[in-house]
Design a protein around this ligand. Structure first.
Ligand SMILES: Cc1cc2nc3c(=O)[nH]c(=O)nc-3n(C[C@H](O)[C@H](O)[C@H](O)COP(=O)(O)OP(=O)(O)OC[C@H]3O[C@@H](n4cnc5c(N)ncnc54)[C@H](O)[C@@H]3O)c2cc1C
Length: 431
């Protein structure tokens, strides 16, 4: 195929689609390549889509996009084996325009989003695997695909091929990621009657709730679980760093089964029918794991650039923002007629100045800290649960007596000082 494009985007996830949409809207001749049967067929997400970053691409998308439920409540469960300390926030302002975020099913949402890019003029080609970038004199000039007439040329190539981008790696933009930089998440979508979901989660019609699970949800390994409400399904999942799974010799699906049968979770799922099982990697290395994101004729966006805020389970929003910023940079490069790294570096600067770069920087030491000191998850959460149980059990002893007992059970002064030091350290890496 000798046709030349102005831009080729590899990967039709939120990063690639947002990028192709913006480029097509600006009149750039753009080709969007996806290895899956259709956009969304290979993509996995717990399901929280952030309204603001999506609206930065398509204003008022929520009036027509296939969304599940607007989230009005976010709960957090600190779980022990047979208990959970729960807190959260519910706000009715989130149930109406302009909304905060929504649950989505990616197989539906990505298809719709990609069609919007096509409507703008992007050319989408599915079932096409990009095998490598074509490089001439150190400048990326196109991609080699698995199709018979597979070489395609462009002024600039956007790598939006997701976590563990083999294409960015082959350009020498990143090394092999370590097991403590990548999480493996497994999830199930469970069919359940709409009305039962609303009753169980204390929701008005069509409203949604998210529950993030910590502690025993991952058997105390650094990671989280989640339980999200969709229209007539629930998304339940659990993810931990690969290093944690290796160290504890636990298989990911065993962890998912464990959390599904946990006494704090089981009642929510009762009577539900598993509909789909999914597994995917999540880049969780954060700031220090970010690869080089710009080269001559090439930009890297989304998960391929490791843009995930694991502390706040944000990834799709960072993907879309990076895709949009990359598109704006390509438009600038087109105006200047120069696709060199010097001009394209504008993308990196804008990315690092945006909430994406700032949030990654803010939490740059968090994952590694909690990975190094597992006591937060396997000791302190059970300790908090025991304290809550004692404090809230009415057994005739005075509250002062209870406080004293809880205090003594923490252990000797040395142990208390260690906890105080850990709390200070946690505050430092999160502040
Ligand atoms: C279990 C789980 C729960 C999550 N929960 C949330 C959440 O609640 N909220 C949130 O914001 N984020 C969440 N995330 C993270 C979020 O899913 C990602 O950050 C987001 O999907 C990244 O988008 P992307 O476009 O960069 O990559 P992807 O969505 O991974 O898209 C990459 C695309 O590239 C295609 N591709 C790859 N290689 C090639 C190739 N060589 N040729 C052609 N095509 C290729 C793939 O098929 C895929 O379609 C979660 C992730 C997981 C795994």
């Amino acid at each position: 195929m000798s046709e030349k494009f102005e831009c080729i985007v590899v990967g039709a996830g939120p990063a690639g689609i947002a990028c192709a949409y913006e480029l097509a809207k600006a009149g750039v001749k753009v080709l969007l390549l996806e290895r899956g049967e259709y956009p969304g067929s290979k993509n996995v997400m717990g399901g929280v889509l952030y309204r603001q970053m999506m609206e930065d691409v398509i204003p008022e998308f929520y009036k027509e996009a296939p969304l599940e439920r607007p989230i009005v409540e976010q709960r957090f469960m600190m779980m022990d084996k047979e208990s959970a300390l729960t807190f959260g926030y519910k706000g009715m302002e989130w149930g109406q325009e302009p909304y905060n975020n929504f649950t989505v099913l990616r197989a539906k949402f990505d298809q719709w989003f990609a069609q919007k890019a096509v409507d703008q003029g992007a050319l989408l080609v599915n079932e096409t695997v990009v095998l490598e970038c074509i490089v001439e004199d150190g400048h990326v000039v196109g991609v080699r695909t698995d199709r018979p007439d597979g070489d395609l040329y462009a002024d600039v190539v956007i790598l939006a091929d997701g976590v563990n981008s083999l294409l960015a790696k082959s350009l020498g933009f990143h090394r092999e990621f370590r097991p403590d930089e990548v999480a493996l998440a497994t999830m199930e979508i469970i069919k359940l009657d709409r009305k039962i979901i609303e009753d169980r989660f204390n929701l008005e019609q069509d409203q949604g709730c998210t529950i993030e699970l910590f502690g025993d949800a991952t058997k105390g390994i650094l990671g989280t679980g989640f339980l999200y409400t969709n229209k007539d399904t629930l998304s339940i999942g659990v993810g931990t760093l690969l290093s944690g799974l290796i160290k504890h010799k636990i298989k990911p699906y065993e962890l998912l089964e464990y959390v599904k049968h946990h006494p704090m979770i089981r009642p929510y799922l009762q009577g539900g029918e598993p509909q789909e099982y999914l597994a995917h990697l999540i880049p969780e290395g954060g700031y220090y794991s970010m690869p080089k994101v710009v080269g001559d004729g090439v930009l890297v966006v989304g998960d391929a650039a490791q843009l995930v805020n694991a502390i706040h389970r944000e990834g799709s929003n960072m993907a879309m923002t990076s895709g949009r910023l990359a598109a704006e940079t390509v438009v600038k490069a087109k105006e200047e007629g120069d696709y060199s790294e010097r001009v394209l570096d504008h993308y990196r600067k804008r990315l690092m100045d945006s909430f994406v770069g700032q949030d990654l920087k803010k939490y740059k030491d968090a994952t590694h800290h909690f990975d190094r000191f597992p006591q937060y998850f396997d000791q302190y959460i059970p300790m908090m649960n025991r304290a809550a149980s004692q404090m809230f059990t009415v057994d005739g002893s005075s509250k002062k007596e209870k406080q004293r007992k809880i205090w003594n059970e923490i252990g000797p002064v040395k142990e208390k000082l260690k906890i105080a030091r850990d709390l200070y350290r946690a505050w430092k890496v999160m502040k």
